[in-house]
Every structure is written in structure tokens, then in C-alpha cells.
Design a protein around this ligand. Sequence first.
Ligand SMILES: [Fe+2]
Length: 133
Amino acid sequence: MIEWDDKFSVGISRIDDEHKQFIDIINKAIAIKEHHDNPEELKEVLHSITMYAITHFATEENYMIEFNYPEYQYHKEEHHDFSRKVIEYCERVADGDTQFANKILEYLKQWLVNHIQVTDRKYIDCFKRNGLK
Ligand SMILES: [Fe+2]
């Protein structure tokens, strides 16, 4: 499970709220794997992670475009790489490889915690200068 910690905060309420929701969905996936290990439920929650990631990445990327963020391209590629991997992993689970789910969940956890604390931090100054709170 990932527990929200103040060290994850970027100090911009809309983005913090979305990151909290992102963490909630990943936790839901972890709980499903631990407690019921139901492939159908797992597939469903992985799909909702993919959908949520698309929505959330769009929020950040739209601000980057609007504010002319210089590291937009790099940041976008990190998002893209994540989405591509999650879709690929979902397909493996859909093909019946539910054992693989542990690896996916570990990847999701690590990626999000790392991305929030490293890559997302870099836009804080730019976003705040442009009026986000
Ligand atoms: Fe991001």
C-alpha cells in the first residue's frame, strides 16, 4: 500500500488531489491482488488505472503547454512510457498471466512515488509563477 505523505505534495491543490486519487486506485489494485486475487476484478482495476493516468497526465501536460514549460517534452515522454507499459502489462494479465500482477503492482507503486517526487517537482516553480496554488 502507498500511504499519502506530505513529502509527495507539490503544493498545488488540483495536482495533489489527483495524485491522491491515483494512489487510491493503485491501493485498490494492491488490495484486490492481496485479498481476492480475482483476475476479472484485477483486469478492471488495471483498466481504471490506465484511464485515470490518461486524465491526470492531460491535466499536467495542458498546464505545461499553457505555461510554456521548458521540460514538457521530457515529462511527456515519461508519462507516455508509463502508459505504454501499463497497457502492455494489462494485456498479459488479460491473457491469463495473473502471477505477473505482482510485478505490475510493484512497478506502478515505484513509478508513481518516484515520478511525483522527482519529475513532477521540477514544474512546481513554473506552475506557481503562472498562478497555480
Ligand atoms: Fe507527471
